[in-house]
Design a protein around this ligand. Structure first.
Ligand SMILES: Nc1ncnc2c1ncn2[C@@H]1O[C@H](COP(=O)(O)OP(=O)(O)OP(=O)(O)O)[C@@H](O)[C@H]1O
Length: 235
């Protein structure tokens, strides 16, 4: 021990991946105002995998759109990786999405004219990374998802579960700090959904990303680190 005693180690200050405070969103429909989100508070920490449950129409997708910085019209605070989104313009929001967030939807939204590996390479190319590195990363992810023999297949030649696994690889390609998933296995039969979701969780955990997963499925929710429920516009 030195004369001055042991070094004092300051705890590292790590920003939450997501911080919402009093998030609100209303929609006008036929002259009626519907208050969908009425003051949602949420913190998601780095590497944490959170299930977002709630009945149909409770606002789960609306919440993911807010966090994904996909739409305006929200009240309250939305902070992503320590950045206050309300202070950002359109291009800066797009940059935060590109650098920090990966998306998986209920339907895969893969580009039909590109094969599996190309679908995972494309979102990486816009970051300016060399193509060979993008391809190596895509191959690594698709291999990990058991699609090593399907790299050259277009989406129409893949099964529903395989298509969704390519979508998972695409979401993780740029090593996002946060994955937003909206019913990621909602379009699959139960057995396939369980298998794909287990692979999704393993990969997200292995990558150290945080995830917020909207689902109706209580069984899937139990496999995650924490469950939050949206009810009457609040968590
Ligand atoms: N662009 C919009 N214009 C008007 N109303 C909207 C709009 N988007 C969503 N809503 C309404 O907001 C409410 C919440 O919708 P949202 O899709 O977020 O719910 P959800 O919990 O994801 O539902 P589900 O589980 O069925 O997907 C619904 O009543 C919906 O009709």
């Amino acid at each position: 021990m030195s004369e001055t005693g042991p070094a004092i180690v300051e705890p590292a200050v790590i920003d939450p991946v997501v911080r919402l405070e009093k998030l609100t969103r209303s929609f006008e429909q036929g002259g009626v105002t519907i208050d969908v989100l009425r003051g949602v508070d949420l913190v998601v920490h780095p590497g944490e995998i959170v299930a977002l449950l709630g009945p149909s129409g409770s606002g789960k997708s609306t919440m993911l759109q807010a966090i994904g910085l996909l739409e305006g019209g929200f009240g309250g605070l939305i902070e992503i990786a320590g950045v206050d989104a309300s202070k950002l313009g359109k291009d800066q929001r797009a940059a935060v999405r590109r650098d920090h967030i990966g998306f998986v939807y209920q339907f895969h939204h893969l580009l039909p004219d590109f094969n599996a590996i190309e679908n995972v390479v494309l979102p990486q190319l816009i970051t300016g990374k060399p193509r060979a590195d993008c391809e190596a990363r895509a191959k690594e992810l698709l291999d990990a998802l058991g699609l090593g023999e399907r790299l050259e297949h277009r989406p129409s030649k893949l099964s529903g579960g395989e298509q969704q696994r390519v979508a998972v690889a695409r979401a993780l390609a740029n090593r996002p700090r946060l994955v937003l998933a909206d019913e990621p296995t909602g379009n699959l039969d139960e057995a396939t959904a369980d298998k794909v979701f287990a692979q999704f969780l393993e990969l997200v955990r292995g990558e150290g990303s945080a995830a917020l997963v909207a689902t109706h499925n209580e069984r899937l929710a139990l496999a995650m680190d924490r469950v939050v429920r949206l009810h009457d516009g609040v968590l």
